[in-house]
Every structure is written in structure tokens, then in C-alpha cells.
Ligand binder design. Structure first.
Ligand code: GLV
Length: 330
């Protein structure tokens, strides 16, 4: 097909070219800036003609945007979470929406354990003290942290990532509680995981880690009431979505020592502004949404997003479609 007849795709952000080789010769692309925090104005004139949209989780794809893109035939989100997309509005227009599950499970579970360990063993503070001259001698009572072995990890949400965290935590000798629909009994016994209701999980766990998608049901599910149920030494880890936790309640919990600490890969708002009081909390470790940020994982996410995009443009079923009902007979 002559290049000018290829379908037009909007890539909301510029990405490394070697991640996008699958698109070569298949579509024309217009590309937004790498650091766009919302749909960039420079892309606006292309919406009328665009047949594909390749976006990141920071881009809101809502009715307003869809209205301006009447020819759109596929939305491909380079993320497993898709709370940035109004899926119902896409479905109403019979636009399939793709995401990138599976390829980021291990990387996100690894980061969860890294945060849990870093918070448990006060690694950021100890590292800072060493650099800043406070490592005077081997200090028997200095930088004391918490053990993992024999303690209880509460996993809120036992999907792919929750289970990968469970496997890793089992290796550390932790006892496991979880909330979600029940796992098959053989997986429960392989992991040694016990299903409980959320209040029991919060009361019994030394560490609590969140792995639920952001939905109307999970938004704000960890608030003051839930934080007050946790043990005073317990550490909360969030690598899911920021708004699952109520930020004001978490700040209060950390300031008033209702819990021992928090380790956050995601926040609400996101990014967290540099003057936000959470940064001033010594018992709060914050990293900038890097759960899937390994070289291999991010490349695989981009490739999967390209596969979803091309399938949509070619009228094939998306390999990973979050609204397969678009394929039902009209
Ligand atoms: C990252 O947060 C993702 O949803 O892929």
C-alpha cells in the first residue's frame, strides 16, 4: 500500500524506535512529546483522521476525546491497568481497547518485594546516613528493621501480580493472607495462602500489599477506618494505583504512627508534587511509578501494545482486549 494510504495512528508519546519496529510499513504515525502529562495539543489536528491510538496510562481517553476522533478503530494502552480509559464509551462506539497483561507481572512483583524490603530494613535512611557521615562504627542498636521470615503478608488482590508476590514472599518464609475470589485449593495450598476478609487481613498482617485494579469499588478502599485496623508496626506497600489509598488518611496514619510505614510506587495525585507533605515523612518511601520499569519489560509492553494496535487496524481480534463484547454480533 502506498505510504499515504496507510492508516494514521496517534502515538501519544515518543518511545524508543526499537520498541516500535512492528509498526514499520503498517501505518503512518504522529507522535507526541515523551514527557506529555496529558493529550498534547500538537496532536489535536490529527484526531479527525486517526484510526488508531497508542497511549500511556497518563492519557485520559474519554467521551470528549472519542468525539473528536470519529474514525478511531482501536485504542491500545501500553499498560495492564486501563482506568485512564472510559471503556464503556469505547465499547459503545465498538472500539476495542487493548492492554498489556502478563509481561509486567514479574517486574512489578519484584518491585513490590524491593519496596517491602527497603521499608522493612530502612534502606533509604541507612544509605543516606552512610553517605552523609553518620556511619561512625558498627552500631548494634542502629538502623534496626523488621524481619520478614515468620511474619504475615496480607495481599489485597490475588490476580497475576498478587500471586507472583505470594510466590516471592513464600521464598522469604512469610505467612500469607489474601482477599479476592477464592484461589483453586491446590494453588492455595501450594502457596500456603489463606483467604480472609479485608478487616481480618488488615488486623493480622505485618505487611499489607495492594494489587487490585482501580475501579469504582476499589477507589479509596484504604482509608482512615482501614488504616486504624492495621498493626502499629505494619507497613503498607502500594504498587497498584494511587487512588486505592486515601492520601489524606495515609498521611495522618504516618504522622500519628497508626502504622509503621508505607512504601509507594503509585500515589494520588500522580506525580506527587515535590512539596507534598508525604515526602517529609521519614517512614514513607516513594518511587515514581516504576513497577514495570525494566528494560526488557517495557520493551515487551510496547511490543504487545503494537500487536494490539495492528490487530485493531487490520480488523482482527486484539490479542489482549479488555472489552471483547465489541466482537459480539450487533
Ligand atoms: C502500570 O502501572 C500498568 O498498569 O501497566
Amino acid at each position: 500500500m502506498a505510504a499515504e494510504n496507510l492508516p494514521l495512528v496517534i502515538l501519544t508519546h515518543s518511545l524508543p524506535a526499537e520498541w516500535l519496529t512492528k509498526l514499520e510499513g503498517k501505518c503512518r504515525t504522529v507522535v507526541g512529546p515523551w514527557d506529555a502529562t496529558h493529550f498534547d495539543a500538537s496532536l489535536e489536528p490529527y484526531l479527525a483522521e486517526a484510526e488508531g491510538l497508542f497511549c500511556l496510562l497518563t492519557i485520559k481517553v474519554d467521551e470528549e476525546l472519542l468525539k473528536r476522533a470519529p474514525k478511531l478503530r482501536v485504542v491500545s494502552n501500553m499498560a495492564v491497568g486501563y482506568d485512564n480509559i472510559d471503556v464503556a464509551a469505547c465499547t459503545a462506539r465498538r472500539i476495542p481497547v487493548g492492554n498489556t497483561p502478563g509481561v509486567l507481572t514479574a517486574a512489578t512483583a519484584d518491585l513490590t518485594m524491593a519496596l517491602l524490603l527497603a521499608a522493612a530494613r530502612q534502606i533509604p535512611q541507612a544509605s543516606k546516613d552512610a553517605r552523609e557521615g553518620r556511619w561512625i562504627t558498627w552500631s548494634p542498636a542502629g538502623w534496626l528493621g523488621a524481619d520478614l521470615e515468620g511474619t504475615t503478608l496480607g495481599i489485597v488482590g490475588m490476580g497475576k501480580i498478587g500471586r507472583a508476590v505470594a510466590q516471592r514472599a513464600k521464598g522469604f518464609g512469610m505467612k500469607l493472607l489474601y482477599t479476592d475470589i477464592p484461589l483453586p485449593p491446590e494453588i492455595e495450598s501450594e502457596l500456603g495462602a489463606k483467604r480472609v476478609e479485608l478487616p481480618e487481613l488488615l488486623r493480622e498482617s505485618d505487611f499489607v500489599t495492594l494489587h487490585v485494579p482501580l475501579t469504582p469499588e476499589t477507589r479509596g478502599m484504604i482509608g482512615e477506618e482501614q488504616l486504624r485496623m492495621m498493626k502499629p508496626h505494619a507497613i503498607l506497600v502500594n504498587t497498584a494505583r494511587g487512588p486505592v489509598v486515601q492520601t489524606a488518611a495515609l498521611l495522618k496514619a504516618l504522622q500519628q504512627n497508626w502504622i509503621g510505614g508505607a512504601a509507594l510506587d503509585v500515589t494520588d495525585p500522580e506525580p506527587l508534587p515535590p512539596d507534598h507533605p508525604l515526602y517529609a515523612q521519614p517512614n514513607c518511601l516513594i518511587v515514581p511509578h516504576i513497577g514495570s520499569a525494566t528494560r526488557n519489560t517495557r520493551r515487551r509492553m510496547a511490543e504487545l501494545a503494537c500487536e494490539n494496535l495492528l490487530a485493531g487496524l487490520e480488523g482482527r481480534h486484539l490479542p489482549n482486549c479488555v472489552n471483547p463484547e465489541v466482537y459480539a454480533e450487533a
